[in-house]
Design a protein around this ligand. Sequence first.
Ligand code: ADP
Ligand code: MG
Length: 294
Amino acid sequence: MTEAFIHAENLTFSYKGSNGADDIPALTNISLDIQKGEYVAVLGHNGSGKSTFAKLLNLILEPTSGTLIVGGTDLSSGDLSEAELIALRRRVGMVFQNPDNQLVATIVEDDVAFGPENLGVPMPELRERVDGALATVGMSEYADREPHHLSGGQKQRVAIAGILAMRPECIIFDESTAMLDPLGRREVLDTIRALNRENGMTVINITHYMNEAALADRVVVINDGTLLMDGTPDEVFARRDELRAVGLEVPQCAELIHRLREAGVPIEGTAISTAKGCAELLVAAFSKRGNENG
Ligand code: ADP
Ligand code: MG
């Protein structure tokens, strides 16, 4: 059994209260493993602790208690040197919500080069990394453009390229599609999927969009700082009433199946999280009915 890329056990974090105020608990006893190459979506309403979880993985924050091991290194031991911290931080890349806050240079390729340059990557490897990263996100032809002329989706893809150029083993997207129009969202989601499926990148996608979560292999639901659910999209979205109780929805196609079942329509099967799966369940249910009636 190979060890998980991310291993969290009773991971707990509280923000220090300012001016003697009580500490603010953000995550309590989170236990989960994420394997290399997994594509995990993280759901939870505002303030549930999703970004705190991401920041712990990225070593921006240090656990208050519990265990957190990333890529074989114990981040909860509290005695990592500055050099170790820097080396570890680039193993887990982060893409944030606002594309405008993430681009630092005035030319796309300089922006993508910024991270690896700071890591001391020399020429010609730097050139290779930048070209490779831009090609991976489908932005090669924009290499010499100015970022502020790009669409939101294109800017996010440049931000992703900047992370890729640092050769991380895992990328966390913290609501990275939230500010994008539908086309931009599609571009970024296709990029995320290709990174996972074709390049074997471990992906953690924190999102508010249920349809987006349905694209992942696994969905983790965090509520009030605790782990509420952890399963495949079909397993998680089967638990609609529990999700609703904590203010979350299921994808519309799953909602349709739940309502038809409530109305007494016999629909068998579990593939409720995508339109394709739901369509197949409905076709099977209708053809069975047709056969029974004829
Ligand atoms: P999410 O990303 O799911 O919206 P966060 O991880 O940002 O949730 O926040 C979890 C909890 O921690 C919330 O109660 C939030 O108010 C609190 N919190 C987040 N950042 C800070 C901070 N810098 N200082 C104090 N409390 C914070
Ligand atoms: Mg957040």
